[in-house]
Design a protein around this ligand. Sequence first.
Ligand SMILES: Cc1cc2nc3c(=O)[nH]c(=O)nc-3n(C[C@H](O)[C@H](O)[C@H](O)COP(=O)(O)OP(=O)(O)OC[C@H]3O[C@@H](n4cnc5c(N)ncnc54)[C@H](O)[C@@H]3O)c2cc1C
Length: 380
Amino acid sequence: MDFKFSKEQRDIIRAARKFAQGEFPDRAYEFDQNETFDPELLQSACEMGFVGVFIDEAYGGAGMGFLEHALICEEFWAVDPGIAMSILSASFGSELIQLFGSEDQKQEILPKIVSGQTIIGTAITEPDAGSDVTGARTTARLENGQWVVNGAKMFITNGTVGDLILVFCKTEPEEASRHKQFSFIVVPTDADGYEARKIKGKMGIRASDTAELTLTDVRVPEENLIGNRGQGFYELMEFFNRTRPHVAAQGLGLTRAFLEESINHVKNRQMFGRRLADFQATQMKIAEMATKLRAARNLTYEGAWLLDSGKVDHALIAMSKWFAGQVAVQCADEALQLFGGYGYIEEQRVNRLYRAAKIIEIYEGAKEVEKMIIAKSLLS
Ligand SMILES: Cc1cc2nc3c(=O)[nH]c(=O)nc-3n(C[C@H](O)[C@H](O)[C@H](O)COP(=O)(O)OP(=O)(O)OC[C@H]3O[C@@H](n4cnc5c(N)ncnc54)[C@H](O)[C@@H]3O)c2cc1C
């Protein structure tokens, strides 16, 4: 076994850390409060090569892997989760195109994502179907060589700022198996009948755009189908195997930030004639945070590394996503506790990080869904 990073990986970590520490801190609070983001930052990140590193060189990417994508994510989330999310979610859906798209689709779409010309999103969740993705009711029917898409989608990242949305819809309603009824269709956001309303008042990652979509007789060419008709559910599961290591890495970045903020705070805060760091109860907290971070990191890196080596261990990926999310939420609680009343104020960085943590246990498979995947792999 080799637990060492290559020189290239160390360089990526260093560059991502430098970029995030240089660009994010001054604007993080403003973006969080105003629920906005500056697209120039995305452009700079693209120019530095941080977006879509897992995209093949043939399509303008760096030809690296999901481990490198996770390493960048960890560095970005360790500085500010809202800005990190705005930048790195700009490629959310490119994994699906790289896996199942036609050669034309890959050549047309992927280079523009890497360069920042195109922001992509993926719309699966609906008002009445989240964890149960096969409950989705959005339909697409073929009419004179065009897909006609109708339905509603909920909580869609990049819904109002994106250029293309991959819509998970029912194309084969007559199929007996619910798992064979769905397909992915690419919908440009400037198509007639596409409407997006920004959802404001999120608890955390407020710089990131989240929207509710309505699709009313949206017409797109037949060639906008991604992958195979009726295979959308299976394609979605493969997509999640590539995106969940990234979400796990969000948890790693946040947990690292909680640990660093906590260490810094307890070494400086004086009480009862001593530093907060001098109390054994505090030391237990710091030790537990560091150990949990290490364990979550090992799960996440192993899942991503196996993926890049050609072995998709979906149970391990589910473990990493669940565990890294749980660790982030637990460490958020401990870190805020250590800050006392100061942590309860929005202006404090630890408060913004605390508000961001919970989403990791909810999106791209709630923690219960991840545990179902793990259990199924053990019991079936
Ligand atoms: C900020 C943000 C960004 C998002 N971005 C996107 C996006 O880009 N694209 C997209 O398609 N969706 C996106 N989502 C939606 C997200 O993926 C869903 O919220 C998530 O899948 C959960 O679905 P739900 O909210 O409908 O909750 P439900 O499915 O109603 O689940 C509610 C709760 O029930 C519990 N639960 C679920 N299943 C089980 C079970 N089998 N057994 C026991 N308990 C269970 C879980 O605790 C879960 O949190 C986003 C959401 C947010 C908040």
